[in-house]
Design a protein around this ligand. Structure first.
Ligand SMILES: [Zn+2]
Length: 104
């Protein structure tokens, strides 16, 4: 069985100063505490992997649920695209279209 994999996130952008850096609990530039951001980043990655695995196995309703959880962590373009795909595959065509045509 092929396991769907997406690249492991190894970098994060400091929400305070915008510096890109390796994942760390403290920003290398502004010394901002990132200890709350890092677990969210890892949870996002875990949920996305689970969502992709569910899509691969044809468990579309579960994939949609996981995509929604991803979007509660971050409504970034990748998560919105994943949610739109799951909406499409579960027959929620209007919701998929709305997600694909609107950008926040
Ligand atoms: Zn910073």
């Amino acid at each position: 069985m092929i396991t769907p994999i997406e690249p492991v996130v190894t970098q994060l952008r400091c929400p305070t100063c915008g510096a890109w850096q390796d994942i760390s609990d403290v920003c290398r530039r502004c010394k901002c505490d990132l200890s709350l951001v890092v677990p969210l980043l890892r949870e996002r990655q875990r949920l996305r992997q689970s969502c992709l695995a569910a899509l691969h196995d044809g468990r579309y309703a579960q994939a949609r649920s996981l995509a929604l959880r991803c979007c509660t962590i971050s409504r970034d373009a990748d998560n919105l695209q994943l949610l739109a795909l799951t909406e499409l595959l579960t027959g929620q065509y209007a919701a998929a279209l709305e997600l694909m045509t609107s950008r926040e």
